[in-house]
Design a protein around this ligand. Structure first.
Ligand SMILES: [Zn+2]
Length: 190
């Protein structure tokens, strides 16, 4: 999937979680940082490709990509697996813990938002022709539907005309059916 779709999918995953789980009371600052972390999480697994959207968005990104790419192996290996999710979880936890002294937000919420983004990325890539090596280092790429023929081509017509608008519709639907809850949630941010 393209970076744009992953962005939206990460956001959608957060909407789904907010709709399903009782929302804790958080500050506006935490909510804003969490939205940012969610977006970064949604793009993070593709840090194994030099053209990753995240690199072009940050200063010194090209240098960073030269350091990180070789560590993660070629595209869709470690960073697209359960092992990779655990690694992202561990490293981000350390980074967030280290920054608690100068960023006063609820880091636990920020961490969850980031991880929701990461997992959404792998779920979306599972729908593509290449599939995802969930059990890396076991070299099997899993995809859904199991028949490759029915899966989505990255950046292709189906992704742009069906998957992307479908995600927007899903967000709209979830906001609509949980309207009161979302209004209360936004009101409670302070
Ligand atoms: Zn990917």
């Amino acid at each position: 999937m393209t970076g744009r779709t992953h962005d939206l999918a990460a956001f959608t995953a957060m909407t789904i979680v907010l709709s399903a789980v009782p929302v804790p009371h958080i500050s506006l600052g935490t909510a804003l940082v969490a939205v940012g972390a969610n977006m970064v999480g949604g793009l993070a697994p593709d840090l194994d490709q030099p053209s990753a959207k995240l690199y072009s968005n940050i200063r010194g990104g090209t240098i960073l990509s030269k350091i990180i790419d070789p560590l993660l192996g070629s595209h869709r290996l470690l960073s697209h697996s359960i092992l990779g999710v655990a690694l992202f979880g561990f490293v981000s936890k350390m980074l967030l813990d280290a920054s608690t002294s100068f960023i006063i937000v609820n880091m636990e919420i920020v961490w969850w938002a980031f991880m929701i983004g990461v997992v959404s990325h792998l779920i979306m890539d599972t729908l593509t022709k290449e599939g995802v090596p969930w059990l890396f280092p076991i070299p099997i790429h899993f995809g859904f539907p199991p028949l490759r023929f029915f899966r989505v081509k990255t950046g292709g017509f189906i992704e742009k005309s069906l998957v992307f608008p479908g995600l927007i519709l899903l967000n709209g639907y979830l906001f609509f059916v949980n309207y009161t809850m979302f209004v209360q949630f936004f009101k409670s941010l302070e």
